[in-house]
Design a protein around this ligand. Structure first.
Ligand SMILES: Nc1ncnc2c1ncn2[C@@H]1O[C@H](COP(=O)(O)OP(=O)(O)OP(=O)(O)O)[C@@H](O)[C@H]1O
Ligand SMILES: [Mg+2]
Length: 431
């Protein structure tokens, strides 16, 4: 009987052990579940937050991004693709990459990466036409590490490409424009040195030619300095009193010889007004315009010139009525304080330009058919200077023309608070 209390004690100890073990296990399981639940919820929330953040960034990137699988199924595409690749409504419903971009070059870049095992990344600048506009994008395609997925990144570099083209054309043009007079000057100096100087009349003739080319070079440099000054914001506006009539007459007198030679009929309708603005800049615009009209109008043609001071309503109505085939350079602020404008228009019956070329006027060195037109001399800076000067003076211009049907250029410059309504007969601007 001695063993019974021992057995009971053992059973009790065992029961207690099982009880505590049970409690312990219960607690651990409970804890486990609790921790697991807590962690999972938080982690998912964290992941969600991060994914949303990345999506937000990707959707707001200015670079277009698409991720495709090896069959070119679209897995992800951000909205910038719309702006960078195509202007049509963004086709979210499109599932295949080749339907998203119908550009052969970009598609072949993607095909190359997918099909060539040894190629992980490829980059190329691609130019194409989107509606009527030429676009250039930088396209980079790469395999996403350890996956069968591929990323296509497109960056719109149209603006950059344009600047590069302008720079290249600029250097090409400037070299040509500088080289031509220098070659001529060098040639005539050589001829003079080789004996032509002995004959006074020939000597004078050659010196005249040298002078002509030196002047040409000087004008070119002056034009470039003017343009650069305006473009870099270093040009200052100097206000002076301007007499419309004498200003136009003075500009016209510079071309008297050509006008007579070409028997061009000048029809003028110039008001008597005086106004305050930048005399030399306005004069430069008028001179460049008259020069073009005279240059690009054939013998016996007509040039009509109108100059006046007009109210804001007339000017805004004029701009609102601009036909579709015209080009508008608009820098008007439309501030209510602007009540008066200097309004100038010049129309010729000359060779005119096509609408495609009309759109390009004002680009530095742009000349219609510049490569094979030697008939009309020039550098293609005149209208660029006008365009920039109008911008500086907050003015606007309307260019109207068609090939073979003359050219019309109208510009208007606001006369702000500084405008004083000077009555006729008051002192003229210095000319
Ligand atoms: N009145 C016009 N009629 C026809 N074409 C014109 C007229 N004015 C300008 N153009 C075209 O626009 C181009 C650019 O004109 P712009 O005045 O800038 O240069 P340019 O006359 O060639 O040289 P310059 O720098 O000496 O003025 C011209 O080459 C010409 O093709
Ligand atoms: Mg010109």
């Amino acid at each position: 009987m001695n063993g019974l209390p021992v057995i009971i004690a053992l059973i009790l100890i065992l029961s207690l052990f099982i009880f505590f073990l049970y409690i312990f296990l219960q607690k651990k399981i409970y804890k486990d579940i609790l921790i697991k639940k807590f962690l999972t919820k938080n982690t998912i929330r964290e992941y969600e937050k991060q994914i949303n953040l990345y999506l937000y960034i990707l959707n707001n990137l200015s670079d277009g991004l698409t991720i495709v699988d090896k069959d070119k199924n679209i897995l992800f595409v951000n909205p910038a693709f719309k702006d960078n690749v195509r202007s049509a409504a963004f086709p979210y419903s499109i599932k295949k990459f080749e339907f998203l971009i119908r550009n052969f070059e970009i598609n072949s870049l993607v095909d190359n990466i997918i099909n060539k095992d040894n190629l992980d990344s490829i980059e190329k600048r691609v130019s194409y036409f989107d509606k009527a506009n030429e676009k250039t994008v930088n396209c980079k395609v790469f395999k996403i590490k350890d996956t069968e997925k591929y990323a296509v990144i497109v960056r719109d570099v149209t603006y950059l490409q344009k600047i590069e083209n302008i720079r290249a054309t600029f250097i090409q043009n400037i070299s040509h424009e500088v080289k031509t007079p220098i070659t001529a000057i060098m040639g005539f100096v050589e001829t003079l040195k080789n004996g032509a100087m002995d004959n006074h009349a020939t000597g004078i003739k050659f010196l005249d030619i040298i002078e002509h080319h030196t002047k040409r070079l000087n004008y070119l440099i002056d034009d470039l300095i003017t343009l650069t000054k305006i473009e870099t914001g270093r040009a200052q506006i100097k206000l002076e009193k301007i007499n419309i009539k004498s200003s136009v007459e003075h500009s016209l007198s510079l071309f008297e010889k050509e006008i007579k030679e070409k028997k061009i009929d000048i029809v003028k309708n110039i008001g008597n007004g005086l106004f305050i603005s930048d005399f030399s800049k306005i004069n430069q615009i008028i001179i460049n315009l008259i020069q073009n009209a005279v240059k690009y109008t054939e013998k016996g043609g007509i040039i009509k010139i109108e100059g006046s001071i007009q109210g804001a309503k007339t000017v805004y109505n004029f701009i609102a009525g601009v036909e579709e085939a015209s080009v508008l350079w608009d820098n008007l602020s439309r501030a209510e304080t602007l009540k008066e404008f200097f309004f100038f228009s010049i129309e010729d019956t000359g060779i005119g330009v096509s609408y495609t070329n009309l759109l390009r006027l004002g680009e530095r060195f742009f000349r219609v058919n510049s490569s094979h037109t030697t008939e009309y001399k020039g550098t293609g800076l005149g209208l660029a200077i006008i365009k920039h000067t109008l911008k500086l003076l907050n003015g606007a211009a309307v260019l109207k023309s068609s090939l073979g049907n003359g050219f019309m250029f109208t510009f208007m410059i606001p006369l702000s608070q500084d405008y004083i309504n000077i009555k006729d007969g008051e002192q003229d601007a210095p000319l």
